[in-house]
Design a protein around this ligand. Sequence first.
Ligand code: AMP
Length: 507
Amino acid sequence: MPHVSANLFDLIVARAGEPRQMALETSDPTALTYAALFERSARAANALVSLGVEPGDRVAAQVDKSTDVIVLALACLRAGAALLPLNTAYTLAELEYYLSDAQPALTVCRPASLAAVRTLTHRLGLAAAESLGVAHDGTFAERIAAEPPEFETVPRAADDLAAILYTSGTTGRSKGAMLTHENLSSNALTLVDFWRFGAADRLIHALPVFHTHGLFVAINVALLAGATMIYQNRFDPDAVIAAMHGATSLMGVPTFYTRLLDHPGLTREACAGMRLFISGSAPLLAETHAAWRERTGFAILERYGMTETNMITSNPYDGERRAGTVGFPLPGVSVRISEAETGAPVPAGEIGVIEVKGPNVFRGYWRMPEKTAQEFRPDGFLITGDLGRIDADGYIHIVGRAKDLVISGGFNVYPKEVEGEIDAIDGVLESAVIGLAHPDFGEGVTAVVVTRPGATVTEAAVLSALDGRLAKFKAPKRVFFVDALPRNSMGKVQKALLRETYKDTYR
Ligand code: AMP
């Protein structure tokens, strides 16, 4: 047992807002002050223990966004368990993979899916699922209400697991990124200072809470600053604009900013009380940066990170926020650009793969030691798979991805997975899935399909076959049919050529 606990929850308590201050402000009766948040997390931690969750166990959660998701996240920290948040769009078939791989001691799901998920947990030999709704309802919420309001937080060492976040791989299976208490606390503390968050901040939180951006960047930064979150269960431009009057800051994906720019209510007056707009998770177009500045007077601060590393770089708070760049390495984080194949340093200013090292970098992929080893250089730098360059002023530019990832509306879509599902459709010979510039989603998932001789497959048939097999955000926005996919001499599909052919699809 460590002498001084590195449990992130203890750090949150030490830096928390005044007890009566709102931690999570909502438009419904589920708002929580800091005192209420801590008390409810104690009850929830007792509920976890009553359900048999022990330190070191995993707790899977596929639930709609509500203040109770934060209660559950804090309860996991307190009980020494690792939270495994799952995208609410995942189908039952997808859920089965995560549960079999992670073997959680408890699965928490939406009230409406309780029967189906319990059938699944039973079949997999896991503990029976509990449910959690958005109005402090569900079987887990009932247990929270019945448990005592004190809980002694379990001490944790710096490299004990705090969470596992699955990131689908480019090849085959989805991988669980293991994040430690130190990974999360070091990064959040750095961001609080770097972005000047304090107790007077009121952060609009409209991001999903199953992804690193909404779960760790936004929540841990706000809680470690003792700030208040204006907590919205989904992104609604009307609600964000209305909330800006009493807010200081917003964290969003680029799609938030393009949608807000389409809203007539986005004016200088609406932003008068704001001090900071942050964007990340996908590239922010320079046009969006310029349009936002023109309309509101604010330069959006773009930062870059990934699930495995937390945040890596940020544009400066005081200095120039340069559009089309992701700024500089954060304090304590080392970044270098290398030749992808050899790992040799590239000459100054040239493009290579971005590599990163620091206390923010994860411990590895859950039960995949070989895969983990492949992602690191011998000296401990993680190979991000993103291609970038550092300009003469030190700003980092991301120019593409060595990995074949599509980011649509801030969500990662791995072409391989979508292709596998399309190829399984009757009459389909093969397919290639690409991302194309899309004014609203950043990138639109697009499928190019080759049918078997004599078969007739339509766009509508492909889309309806995928419905229920794949989360909606992974479904192609358009399906094109060709006689053959372009291939290079090594037989690899030339996706760059496809991207060029269809580049104006959504423009
Ligand atoms: P995730 O693990 O879901 O956070 O996805 C991480 C990936 O998102 C990174 O490896 C990048 O490819 C991409 N990404 C995140 N932030 C940015 C950004 N500001 N600009 C460009 N790409 C980004």
